[in-house]
Design a protein around this ligand. Sequence first.
Ligand code: PMP
Length: 354
Amino acid sequence: MSLWRDNIGRMAGYVPGEQPQDRRYIKLNTNENPYPPSPRALAALAAFSGERLRLYPDPAADVLRDTAARVYGLPGRDWVLAGNGSDDLLTIGTRTFVDQGGALAHPEPSYSLYPVLAGLQGARAVAVPLDAEFALPADAAAQATAAGCSLFFLARPNAPTGNLFPRAVVETLCREFAGVVWIDEAYGDFAPDNCLDFPARFPNVVVSRTFSKSYSLAGARLGLALARPELIGQMLKAKDSYNVDALTQAVGVAALADQAYLQDRVAAIRRTRDRVAAALVGLGCVVCPSASNFLFVKPARIPAAAAFAGLREHGVLVRYFPGDRTGEYLRITVGTDEEMDLLLAAMRELAGAG
Ligand code: PMP
Protein backbone atom coordinates (compact mmCIF):
# COMPACT_ATOMS: atom_id res chain seq x y z
CA MET A 1 0.00 0.00 0.00
CA SER A 2 1.42 3.44 -0.82
CA LEU A 3 1.25 6.47 1.45
CA TRP A 4 -0.31 8.69 -1.18
CA ARG A 5 -3.48 8.63 -3.27
CA ASP A 6 -3.22 6.58 -6.47
CA ASN A 7 -4.19 9.46 -8.73
CA ILE A 8 -1.44 11.65 -7.26
CA GLY A 9 1.10 8.87 -7.70
CA ARG A 10 0.02 8.37 -11.32
CA MET A 11 -0.11 12.01 -12.39
CA ALA A 12 2.69 14.29 -13.55
CA GLY A 13 2.63 17.66 -11.79
CA TYR A 14 2.26 20.93 -13.66
CA VAL A 15 5.56 22.32 -14.93
CA PRO A 16 5.65 26.12 -14.61
CA GLY A 17 7.85 28.29 -16.83
CA GLU A 18 11.33 28.89 -15.45
CA GLN A 19 12.00 31.78 -13.09
CA PRO A 20 15.80 31.67 -13.41
CA GLN A 21 17.85 33.02 -10.53
CA ASP A 22 21.32 32.35 -12.01
CA ARG A 23 21.70 35.17 -14.54
CA ARG A 24 19.71 37.94 -16.14
CA TYR A 25 17.79 36.89 -19.20
CA ILE A 26 15.48 38.79 -21.48
CA LYS A 27 12.56 37.00 -19.99
CA LEU A 28 9.93 36.20 -22.61
CA ASN A 29 8.88 32.79 -21.25
CA THR A 30 5.95 33.25 -18.84
CA ASN A 31 3.80 35.97 -20.42
CA GLU A 32 4.57 38.53 -17.75
CA ASN A 33 4.11 42.23 -18.51
CA PRO A 34 7.37 44.12 -19.14
CA TYR A 35 5.98 47.37 -17.70
CA PRO A 36 5.59 48.24 -14.02
CA PRO A 37 2.20 48.02 -12.29
CA SER A 38 -0.05 51.10 -12.16
CA PRO A 39 1.41 53.95 -10.07
CA ARG A 40 -1.83 53.81 -8.09
CA ALA A 41 -1.23 50.14 -7.27
CA LEU A 42 2.33 50.96 -6.20
CA ALA A 43 1.04 53.83 -4.05
CA ALA A 44 -1.43 51.46 -2.36
CA LEU A 45 1.45 49.08 -1.68
CA ALA A 46 3.56 51.87 -0.16
CA ALA A 47 0.64 53.09 1.96
CA PHE A 48 -0.17 49.62 3.31
CA SER A 49 0.52 49.48 7.02
CA GLY A 50 2.55 46.43 8.03
CA GLU A 51 0.66 46.50 11.31
CA ARG A 52 -2.38 45.20 9.42
CA LEU A 53 -0.56 41.94 8.71
CA ARG A 54 -1.25 40.96 12.33
CA LEU A 55 -4.86 40.31 11.36
CA TYR A 56 -6.36 37.91 8.84
CA PRO A 57 -7.54 39.47 5.59
CA ASP A 58 -11.23 39.87 4.72
CA PRO A 59 -12.04 36.25 3.74
CA ALA A 60 -14.40 37.27 0.93
CA ALA A 61 -12.33 40.28 -0.27
CA ASP A 62 -15.52 42.36 -0.43
CA VAL A 63 -13.99 45.76 -1.28
CA LEU A 64 -12.17 44.12 -4.16
CA ARG A 65 -15.35 42.32 -5.27
CA ASP A 66 -17.35 45.58 -5.15
CA THR A 67 -14.71 47.36 -7.21
CA ALA A 68 -14.57 44.50 -9.72
CA ALA A 69 -18.37 44.42 -10.08
CA ARG A 70 -18.29 48.15 -10.88
CA VAL A 71 -15.43 47.88 -13.38
CA TYR A 72 -16.92 44.86 -15.15
CA GLY A 73 -20.50 46.19 -15.15
CA LEU A 74 -21.97 43.41 -12.99
CA PRO A 75 -24.90 43.85 -10.58
CA GLY A 76 -22.87 43.32 -7.39
CA ARG A 77 -20.18 41.54 -5.44
CA ASP A 78 -22.13 38.28 -5.36
CA TRP A 79 -21.22 37.91 -9.07
CA VAL A 80 -17.48 37.95 -8.24
CA LEU A 81 -15.02 35.56 -6.58
CA ALA A 82 -11.40 36.52 -5.86
CA GLY A 83 -8.58 34.02 -6.06
CA ASN A 84 -4.89 33.64 -5.30
CA GLY A 85 -4.14 34.03 -9.00
CA SER A 86 -6.55 32.59 -11.52
CA ASP A 87 -4.92 29.17 -11.07
CA ASP A 88 -6.50 29.13 -7.60
CA LEU A 89 -9.89 29.87 -9.20
CA LEU A 90 -9.43 27.07 -11.74
CA THR A 91 -8.73 24.71 -8.82
CA ILE A 92 -11.81 25.94 -6.95
CA GLY A 93 -13.89 25.49 -10.11
CA THR A 94 -12.67 21.93 -10.59
CA ARG A 95 -13.45 21.09 -6.96
CA THR A 96 -16.91 22.62 -7.25
CA PHE A 97 -18.03 21.33 -10.65
CA VAL A 98 -16.24 17.99 -11.22
CA ASP A 99 -16.93 14.79 -9.29
CA GLN A 100 -14.14 12.47 -8.25
CA GLY A 101 -14.33 9.88 -11.00
CA GLY A 102 -15.97 12.46 -13.27
CA ALA A 103 -14.44 14.35 -16.19
CA LEU A 104 -13.59 17.81 -17.47
CA ALA A 105 -12.96 18.86 -21.08
CA HIS A 106 -10.35 21.19 -22.54
CA PRO A 107 -9.13 21.96 -26.05
CA GLU A 108 -5.79 20.51 -27.14
CA PRO A 109 -3.42 22.27 -27.32
CA SER A 110 -4.37 24.59 -24.49
CA TYR A 111 -3.26 25.57 -21.00
CA SER A 112 -1.42 22.53 -19.67
CA LEU A 113 -2.74 23.05 -16.12
CA TYR A 114 -6.26 21.89 -17.06
CA PRO A 115 -5.47 18.14 -17.25
CA VAL A 116 -3.37 18.44 -14.08
CA LEU A 117 -6.41 19.80 -12.21
CA ALA A 118 -8.43 16.80 -13.40
CA GLY A 119 -5.70 14.50 -12.05
CA LEU A 120 -5.73 16.22 -8.65
CA GLN A 121 -9.50 15.79 -8.45
CA GLY A 122 -9.28 12.09 -9.36
CA ALA A 123 -11.18 12.89 -12.54
CA ARG A 124 -10.51 12.34 -16.24
CA ALA A 125 -9.31 15.06 -18.60
CA VAL A 126 -10.92 14.85 -22.02
CA ALA A 127 -8.90 16.59 -24.75
CA VAL A 128 -10.94 18.09 -27.59
CA PRO A 129 -8.47 18.44 -30.49
CA LEU A 130 -8.31 21.82 -32.22
CA ASP A 131 -8.10 21.74 -36.03
CA ALA A 132 -5.05 22.62 -38.13
CA GLU A 133 -5.75 26.36 -37.65
CA PHE A 134 -6.22 25.81 -33.88
CA ALA A 135 -9.98 26.43 -34.25
CA LEU A 136 -12.53 24.73 -31.99
CA PRO A 137 -14.37 21.87 -33.74
CA ALA A 138 -18.11 22.38 -34.30
CA ASP A 139 -18.93 19.29 -32.23
CA ALA A 140 -16.90 20.34 -29.14
CA ALA A 141 -19.95 20.28 -26.86
CA ALA A 142 -21.03 16.89 -28.22
CA GLN A 143 -17.55 15.43 -27.64
CA ALA A 144 -17.46 16.68 -24.04
CA THR A 145 -21.00 15.50 -23.36
CA ALA A 146 -20.38 12.05 -24.84
CA ALA A 147 -17.30 11.69 -22.60
CA GLY A 148 -19.33 12.53 -19.47
CA CYS A 149 -17.73 15.92 -18.76
CA SER A 150 -19.36 18.35 -16.32
CA LEU A 151 -16.91 21.23 -16.90
CA PHE A 152 -15.36 22.66 -20.07
CA PHE A 153 -12.25 24.85 -19.69
CA LEU A 154 -11.83 27.18 -22.66
CA ALA A 155 -8.98 29.71 -22.72
CA ARG A 156 -9.95 32.75 -24.81
CA PRO A 157 -7.51 33.88 -26.18
CA ASN A 158 -6.17 30.35 -26.20
CA ALA A 159 -2.75 29.53 -24.81
CA PRO A 160 -0.16 28.74 -26.06
CA THR A 161 -1.56 29.38 -29.55
CA GLY A 162 -2.75 32.97 -28.93
CA ASN A 163 -5.81 32.79 -31.20
CA LEU A 164 -9.32 33.90 -30.28
CA PHE A 165 -12.24 31.49 -30.75
CA PRO A 166 -15.05 33.58 -32.29
CA ARG A 167 -17.71 34.69 -29.80
CA ALA A 168 -20.40 32.93 -31.85
CA VAL A 169 -18.53 29.62 -31.50
CA VAL A 170 -18.26 30.07 -27.73
CA GLU A 171 -21.96 30.99 -27.52
CA THR A 172 -22.87 27.74 -29.27
CA LEU A 173 -20.69 25.81 -26.83
CA CYS A 174 -22.38 27.52 -23.86
CA ARG A 175 -25.84 26.72 -25.24
CA GLU A 176 -25.10 23.13 -26.24
CA PHE A 177 -23.02 21.99 -23.27
CA ALA A 178 -25.13 21.09 -20.22
CA GLY A 179 -22.29 21.52 -17.71
CA VAL A 180 -20.29 24.60 -16.75
CA VAL A 181 -18.34 26.39 -19.48
CA TRP A 182 -15.37 28.18 -17.90
CA ILE A 183 -14.06 30.91 -20.21
CA ASP A 184 -10.49 31.58 -19.07
CA GLU A 185 -9.81 35.18 -20.10
CA ALA A 186 -6.33 35.39 -18.56
CA TYR A 187 -5.30 37.27 -21.74
CA GLY A 188 -8.68 38.89 -22.37
CA ASP A 189 -7.50 42.48 -22.02
CA PHE A 190 -5.22 42.07 -25.05
CA ALA A 191 -8.03 40.82 -27.31
CA PRO A 192 -10.34 42.86 -29.55
CA ASP A 193 -13.43 41.46 -27.80
CA ASN A 194 -14.31 39.36 -24.76
CA CYS A 195 -17.10 37.35 -23.12
CA LEU A 196 -17.66 39.51 -20.03
CA ASP A 197 -21.36 39.69 -20.96
CA PHE A 198 -21.77 35.89 -20.91
CA PRO A 199 -22.38 35.36 -17.16
CA ALA A 200 -25.48 37.56 -17.37
CA ARG A 201 -26.69 35.69 -20.45
CA PHE A 202 -25.91 32.07 -19.51
CA PRO A 203 -26.56 30.36 -16.16
CA ASN A 204 -23.71 27.89 -16.78
CA VAL A 205 -20.83 30.26 -17.60
CA VAL A 206 -17.86 31.43 -15.53
CA VAL A 207 -15.40 33.99 -16.92
CA SER A 208 -12.03 34.29 -15.17
CA ARG A 209 -9.50 37.08 -15.31
CA THR A 210 -5.99 37.49 -13.92
CA PHE A 211 -3.92 40.43 -12.69
CA SER A 212 -0.73 38.61 -13.75
CA LYS A 213 -0.63 39.79 -17.37
CA SER A 214 -2.37 43.05 -18.28
CA TYR A 215 -2.07 44.48 -14.72
CA SER A 216 1.65 43.57 -14.29
CA LEU A 217 0.95 41.92 -10.92
CA ALA A 218 2.04 38.29 -11.43
CA GLY A 219 3.97 38.36 -8.16
CA ALA A 220 0.97 39.53 -6.14
CA ARG A 221 -1.18 36.51 -7.17
CA LEU A 222 -4.67 37.76 -7.89
CA GLY A 223 -7.49 36.57 -10.12
CA LEU A 224 -11.24 37.05 -10.41
CA ALA A 225 -14.05 34.73 -11.44
CA LEU A 226 -17.28 36.30 -12.71
CA ALA A 227 -20.52 34.30 -12.76
CA ARG A 228 -24.13 34.21 -11.56
CA PRO A 229 -24.49 34.33 -7.75
CA GLU A 230 -25.70 30.70 -7.75
CA LEU A 231 -22.33 29.52 -9.09
CA ILE A 232 -20.25 31.99 -7.06
CA GLY A 233 -22.06 30.88 -3.89
CA GLN A 234 -21.09 27.24 -4.44
CA MET A 235 -17.48 28.14 -5.25
CA LEU A 236 -17.17 30.27 -2.10
CA LYS A 237 -17.66 27.06 -0.12
CA ALA A 238 -14.81 25.34 -1.97
CA LYS A 239 -12.08 27.96 -1.49
CA ASP A 240 -9.50 28.38 1.27
CA SER A 241 -10.92 30.79 3.83
CA TYR A 242 -8.23 33.42 3.38
CA ASN A 243 -7.15 32.76 -0.18
CA VAL A 244 -6.24 36.38 -1.05
CA ASP A 245 -3.89 38.15 1.36
CA ALA A 246 -4.58 41.65 2.70
CA LEU A 247 -1.74 43.33 0.81
CA THR A 248 -2.87 41.89 -2.51
CA GLN A 249 -6.48 42.91 -1.87
CA ALA A 250 -5.40 46.53 -1.34
CA VAL A 251 -3.12 46.56 -4.39
CA GLY A 252 -5.79 44.89 -6.53
CA VAL A 253 -8.43 47.50 -5.68
CA ALA A 254 -6.06 50.31 -6.70
CA ALA A 255 -5.02 48.54 -9.90
CA LEU A 256 -8.65 47.96 -10.92
CA ALA A 257 -9.46 51.61 -10.31
CA ASP A 258 -6.77 52.68 -12.81
CA GLN A 259 -8.29 51.52 -16.09
CA ALA A 260 -6.64 54.35 -18.02
CA TYR A 261 -3.15 53.04 -17.17
CA LEU A 262 -4.21 49.50 -18.03
CA GLN A 263 -5.53 50.52 -21.44
CA ASP A 264 -2.41 52.56 -22.19
CA ARG A 265 -0.02 49.67 -21.41
CA VAL A 266 -2.21 47.14 -23.23
CA ALA A 267 -2.13 49.38 -26.32
CA ALA A 268 1.67 49.57 -26.14
CA ILE A 269 1.98 45.78 -25.91
CA ARG A 270 -0.40 45.28 -28.84
CA ARG A 271 1.62 47.71 -30.98
CA THR A 272 4.85 45.89 -30.17
CA ARG A 273 3.17 42.52 -30.76
CA ASP A 274 1.97 43.44 -34.23
CA ARG A 275 5.30 44.98 -35.22
CA VAL A 276 7.27 41.94 -34.06
CA ALA A 277 4.82 39.50 -35.69
CA ALA A 278 5.35 41.26 -39.04
CA ALA A 279 9.14 41.26 -38.58
CA LEU A 280 9.16 37.52 -37.78
CA VAL A 281 7.07 36.80 -40.87
CA GLY A 282 9.66 38.83 -42.78
CA LEU A 283 12.33 36.44 -41.46
CA GLY A 284 10.38 33.50 -42.85
CA CYS A 285 8.77 32.38 -39.58
CA VAL A 286 5.17 31.20 -39.40
CA VAL A 287 3.34 33.35 -36.83
CA CYS A 288 -0.13 32.43 -35.56
CA PRO A 289 -2.56 35.35 -35.39
CA SER A 290 -2.37 36.56 -31.79
CA ALA A 291 -5.04 38.30 -29.71
CA SER A 292 -2.78 38.01 -26.68
CA ASN A 293 0.50 39.26 -25.20
CA PHE A 294 2.52 36.46 -26.76
CA LEU A 295 3.27 35.03 -30.19
CA PHE A 296 3.21 31.38 -31.23
CA VAL A 297 5.98 31.10 -33.78
CA LYS A 298 7.37 28.40 -36.04
CA PRO A 299 11.00 29.48 -36.61
CA ALA A 300 12.48 29.75 -40.08
CA ARG A 301 14.98 27.12 -41.19
CA ILE A 302 15.77 25.56 -37.80
CA PRO A 303 13.67 23.32 -35.53
CA ALA A 304 11.93 25.03 -32.63
CA ALA A 305 13.92 23.05 -30.04
CA ALA A 306 17.19 24.28 -31.58
CA ALA A 307 15.89 27.86 -31.75
CA PHE A 308 14.87 27.64 -28.08
CA ALA A 309 18.39 26.52 -27.08
CA GLY A 310 20.03 29.09 -29.39
CA LEU A 311 17.95 31.94 -27.99
CA ARG A 312 18.89 30.86 -24.49
CA GLU A 313 22.56 31.13 -25.42
CA HIS A 314 21.81 34.65 -26.63
CA GLY A 315 20.32 35.36 -23.18
CA VAL A 316 16.73 35.28 -24.41
CA LEU A 317 14.36 32.95 -22.58
CA VAL A 318 11.20 31.83 -24.40
CA ARG A 319 8.85 28.87 -23.82
CA TYR A 320 9.03 25.60 -25.70
CA PHE A 321 6.39 22.89 -25.32
CA PRO A 322 7.63 19.59 -26.81
CA GLY A 323 4.85 17.45 -28.23
CA ASP A 324 2.82 16.62 -31.28
CA ARG A 325 0.99 19.84 -31.96
CA THR A 326 3.23 22.33 -30.17
CA GLY A 327 6.75 20.99 -30.73
CA GLU A 328 7.29 22.96 -33.95
CA TYR A 329 6.62 26.28 -32.24
CA LEU A 330 8.04 28.69 -29.68
CA ARG A 331 5.81 30.76 -27.45
CA ILE A 332 7.33 34.21 -27.18
CA THR A 333 6.02 36.76 -24.69
CA VAL A 334 5.78 40.34 -25.96
CA GLY A 335 8.28 42.44 -24.00
CA THR A 336 9.37 46.04 -24.45
CA ASP A 337 10.38 47.27 -27.92
CA GLU A 338 14.04 47.12 -26.88
CA GLU A 339 13.74 43.52 -25.65
CA MET A 340 11.94 42.48 -28.81
CA ASP A 341 14.60 44.08 -31.01
CA LEU A 342 17.19 41.90 -29.27
CA LEU A 343 14.95 38.87 -29.80
CA LEU A 344 14.60 39.72 -33.49
CA ALA A 345 18.37 40.13 -33.88
CA ALA A 346 18.93 36.72 -32.26
CA MET A 347 16.24 35.08 -34.43
CA ARG A 348 17.79 36.62 -37.53
CA GLU A 349 21.19 35.21 -36.61
CA LEU A 350 19.77 31.76 -35.82
CA ALA A 351 17.94 31.69 -39.15
CA GLY A 352 21.27 32.47 -40.83
CA ALA A 353 19.86 35.59 -42.42
CA GLY A 354 22.31 38.04 -41.19
N1 PMP B 1 -4.95 30.75 -17.59
C1 PMP B 1 -4.08 30.74 -18.60
C2 PMP B 1 -4.57 30.40 -19.97
C3 PMP B 1 -2.72 31.04 -18.36
O1 PMP B 1 -1.84 31.01 -19.37
C4 PMP B 1 -2.30 31.37 -17.05
C5 PMP B 1 -0.86 31.71 -16.78
N2 PMP B 1 -0.01 30.63 -16.62
C6 PMP B 1 -3.25 31.34 -16.04
C7 PMP B 1 -4.57 31.05 -16.34
C8 PMP B 1 -2.91 31.54 -14.60
O2 PMP B 1 -2.45 32.76 -14.28
P1 PMP B 1 -2.42 33.27 -12.77
O3 PMP B 1 -2.54 32.09 -11.86
O4 PMP B 1 -1.11 33.96 -12.65
O5 PMP B 1 -3.59 34.18 -12.65
